[in-house]
Design a protein around this ligand. Structure first.
Ligand code: ADP
Ligand code: MG
Length: 493
């Protein structure tokens, strides 16, 4: 396979060996379970978490004579994902049988797509440490998931749970374009984010909705690709990073000791933090692929693909660019807000028609901070976007100070209610009576002649005066007004 981008990794990504620098080369095969009610070729439920073998139709159990029927919605989800990856959609694609034996595979073959997948080449953009990396997508194909063997339920028996058997998976194959564990982690995070925006996969790695096979090889910077090993079924982003670093080290050690790498399939043992050999690499011909005679080729119509394209939501990259442009946000803040569609939508409701930067500040610092502390998500936020928007508006129009706004935030968080009403009823409005502010300022100056002397040579003392005046006005004066007034009266600038 060719790498799509002619990119030699920057030196800082190289790994130091005993005999010089090495470059890691990675290509990922990500399996994403299609978010759909039923399975790829049967009407059984695809929901996670049922009792073993509760969601198994005769098709999933491979009873003789049962025929698969394609689930149109799953195809639509694959096409939607392909469009989200800016990939070519193949109007003609074919389902093949991939033959192998395993107790959790009652058919004796997996229905997959081999030579003619539904989605062809595309690309995903990732940012790693401020560097922008374009990762080529080789293909996306649809296939069935297998069941699950359970070995630890009984000392001398194994069980098979077919709930997952027949669930639709999208296998997304990247080009060997990734050059470090960090890039691979950023890539999977981005894929997950895009699919969650599209609603095509829930991205839940703990439940196995998203898992990655990681192909790892090493080479001298700029040299030809080395022999790769494939690490199977890595099911968390953190483990993926550990598996890659361990595996690269292992390969470098072998080559530097004069050995060579055997192409093989390996497993990552999360407890030991190491990979170990599972089997030597199987070749495509070992599977005796052939077109499934029970299924017709998939023929997609332009108008159908077009309609899906028209219905795509705004995706993360476009949203980040728009947030920067329309709300004046920093790239960092925009990326934080856009990480999840729900938080981006929440922010927009808070910011619309108001000060965008202030809105971002309140969502990221106050709201996210508070949600994190209480282990809550944005969907279960006690404070609605409308309520937070009102608070931002009250600050923006000078009705309350930022300090009082934090108190209002607290009240709404615990008691609910309308921020405007709370400010009104509790008399929290910012003091706009200049006479009252001036009186408070004069009193402080009169009571502290020593400090008045000091501030003339030490202007940072001004903060102390502002603090005292704020206290005297119950936090309701505008700190900027107080500061301006103090400067004038104290004769500093
Ligand atoms: P196979 O069909 O044997 O699994 P593919 O050519 O489809 O092999 O590649 C599978 C994955 O391995 C792809 O993600 C690809 O980017 C990656 N890959 C291919 N060659 C290398 C290599 N030398 N080092 C690391 N990854 C590689
Ligand atoms: Mg493969």
């Amino acid at each position: 396979m060719m790498e799509s981008a002619k990119r030699v990794a920057e030196k800082k990504d190289w790994v130091k060996g005993a005999t010089g620098d090495w470059e890691i080369v990675l290509g990922l095969e990500v399996h994403a379970q299609v978010l759909a009610k039923s399975k790829l070729f049967s009407g059984a439920s695809a929901e996670f978490g049922a009792e073993p073998n509760d969601h198994v139709s005769l098709v999933d159990a491979a009873m003789p004579g049962m025929l698969p029927v394609i689930n149109e919605y799953c195809v639509e989800q694959a096409v939607r994902t392909g469009l989200g990856l800016k990939a070519r959609i193949n109007k003609h694609s074919v389902f093949d049988r991939k033959n192998y034996f395993y107790p959790d595979l009652p058919q004796g073959y997996q229905i997959s797509q081999y030579k003619q997948p539904v989605v062809g080449e595309g690309s995903v953009h990732v940012d790693v440490d401020g560097r922008s990396v374009e990762v080529g997508i080789e293909r996306l194909h649809l296939e069935q998931d297998a069941g699950k063997s359970l070995h630890d339920q009984h000392p001398s028996m194994s069980f098979v749970d077919l709930n997952r058997s027949g669930c639709a998976l999208m296998e997304i194959v990247s080009k060997p374009d990734l050059r470090s564990a960090d890039e691979a982690k950023a890539y999977v995070t981005k894929l997950r984010q895009i699919m969650r925006y599209l609603g095509t996969c829930d991205g839940n790695m703990e439940e196995g909705s998203l898992r990655a096979d990681v192909n790892v090889s090493v080479r001298r910077p700029g040299a030809e690709f080395g022999t790769r090993c494939e690490i199977k079924n890595v099911n968390s982003i953190r483990f993926m990073g550990q598996a890659i670093d361990y595996e690269a080290r292992r390969q470098i050690g072998i080559i530097e000791d004069g050995g060579s790498i055997d192409q093989e399939t390996r497993l990552f043992d999360a407890r030991k933090g190491e990979t170990r050999s599972m089997r030597s690499k199987e070749e495509a011909h070992d599977y005796r692929y052939f077109p499934d005679p029970d299924l017709l080729p998939l023929e997609l119509e332009d108008a159908w693909i077009e309609a899906i394209a028209m219905g795509l939501p705004e995706l993360p990259d476009a949203k980040i660019a728009r947030f920067i442009r329309d709300y004046g946000l920093s790239t960092y803040d925009a990326a934080v807000l856009v990480a999840e569609r729900a938080s981006a939508d929440f922010f927009e409701q808070v910011a619309r028609g108001r000060d965008g930067k202030m809105a971002a500040n309140w969502v990221i610092n106050e709201l996210f901070g508070r949600l994190n502390k209480e282990g809550k998500t944005i969907d279960s936020s006690p404070l609605s976007a409308a309520q937070l928007g009102e608070i931002v508006e009250l600050i923006g129009s000078g009705v309350i100070s930022g300090k009082i706004a934090k108190d209002v935030f607290e009240i709404v968080w615990t008691e609910g209610g309308s921020p405007k009403d709370i400010v009104e009823r509790r008399g929290l409005k910012q003091l706009t009576d200049m006479g009252a502010i001036a009186k408070a300022v004069d009193d402080i100056i009169a009571a502290n002649p020593d400090k008045v002397e000091q501030v003339k040579t030490k202007p940072t003392m001004l903060g102390w005066f502002v603090g005292q005046a704020m206290k005297a006005t119950g936090g309701k004066a505008n700190p900027q007004t107080v500061s301006d007034m103090l400067k004038e009266k104290l004769g500093i600038n």
